[in-house]
Design a protein around this ligand. Structure first.
Ligand code: NAD
Ligand code: UDP
Length: 323
């Protein structure tokens, strides 16, 4: 049995990781400040004697004895990470320093949840790991993109200078149950809008693309990455290669929900990337033939089911979209 710390464990991806690692017989410590996460995502795990929940902010040091650390704490939706950009970059940078310091002291293996945003608005398509990216350092997305880039630098430097055992994964757009209905990201926005009979809000003309990965595929990839030999540190892209325009995504969601909602067009946020698709050759080669198993319509159907239940429990009036 390993003792594993998951920062951001009460968030969307973190809650799935907590559940999976507990199922595999580990002891899990979930650390979160509940900025965008919620206790309801992990409340069903609280009876498990091998699960511990800690309210803590990773911009402050944290002391514990663990074997592995998954560092996920950071708001991921543009609406939320731009709400307090200074806090976002502090979370990425000071959080990384605190968690790497912890890993160094207790000799834990540490995995960083980095992002496809390190590629910015990419000029190479699809994006391989050796591409350095096209990132605006002073735009509205910079607090997140540059924070995550700096965190990758810190991970590499702690590895080289202090021999910390690190792993870096670059996560592409991921969706699934436990997303916050008010999250502001496109999949949750469109599903909640479709289920509520509101028009789906496409930003720009809807021709921009993203490649959407179902959360179970990501969690599998992250765990396989943690278990790779020490000399393999990444970075490794984790994402689904099937690429869709936002218009195609909206049409699929309207179709799957059977909604009578229409589509309206709003202005495109500044620096919104035009295209994004992972090159997953490296993941497949190094993570025991890892590849996403759940394709868009199946994943959307499961996510719609989750949001249907959430809307029924919480009532429509509590759902407010940040679009
Ligand atoms: P999320 O917002 O649901 O989860 C983030 C969690 O971190 C939340 O529970 C939040 O309360 C917590 N948190 C934020 N700041 C914190 C702090 N200072 N101290 C402690 N906890 C803090 O987002 P998510 O989609 O689950 O993303 C998890 C991680 O994966 C993030 O690091 C994100 O950057 C990365 N990622 C996600 C995606 C995606 O598409 N979902 C893509 C790329 C990278
Ligand atoms: N988007 C949209 N309508 C929404 C929310 C987002 O058209 O209600 C677009 C957004 O402009 C972007 C894409 O969907 O082009 C993905 O946005 P998201 O915030 O989910 O993720 P990211 O931009 O970080 O990839």
């Amino acid at each position: 049995m390993k003792r594993i710390l998951i920062t951001g464990g009460a968030g969307f991806i973190g809650s799935h990781l907590c559940e999976r690692l507990l199922k595999e017989g580990n002891e899990v410590i979930c650390l979160d400040n509940y900025f965008t996460g919620a206790k309801k995502n992990i409340v069903h795990l609280l009876d498990n004697p091998y699960f511990e929940l800690v309210r803590h902010d990773i911009t402050m040091p944290y002391f514990i004895e663990v074997d592995e650390i998954y560092n996920l704490a950071c708001p991921a939706s543009p609406v939320h990470y731009q709400y307090n950009p200074i806090k976002t970059i502090k979370t990425s940078v000071m959080g990384a320093i605190n968690m790497l310091g912890l890993a160094k002291r207790v000799k834990a293996k540490i995995l960083q949840a980095s992002t496809s945003e390190v590629y910015g608005d990419p000029e190479i398509h699809p994006q391989p790991e050796y591409y350095w990216g096209n990132v605006n350092p002073i735009g509205p997305r910079s607090c997140y993109d540059e924070g995550k880039r700096c965190a990758e630098t810190l991970f590499m430097d702690y590895h080289i200078q202090n021999k910390v055992n690190i792993k870096i994964v670059r996560i592409f757009n991921t969706y699934g149950p436990n997303m916050n209905p008010n999250d502001g990201r496109v999949v949750s926005n469109f599903i909640v809008q479709a289920l509520s009979g509101e028009d789906l809000t496409i930003f720009g003309d809807g021709t921009q693309t993203r490649s959407f990965q179902y959360v179970d595929d990501l969690v599998e990839g992250m765990i396989r990455m943690m278990h790779t030999p020490d000399e393999f540190i990444g970075p490794v892209n984790l994402g689904n290669q099937n690429e869709f325009t936002m218009l195609e995504l909206a049409e699929n969601i309207i179709d799957l929900t059977g909604s009578s909602s229409g589509i309206i067009f709003k202005s495109l946020p500044k620096d919104d990337p035009k295209q994004r698709q992972p090159d997953t050759t490296k993941a497949k080669a190094n993570l025991n033939n890892w590849e996403p198993k759940i394709q868009l319509r199946e994943g959307l159907a499961r996510t719609i089911e989750y949001f249907q239940a959430t809307l029924l429990t919480n009532g429509r009036q509590k759902i407010r979209i940040n679009a």
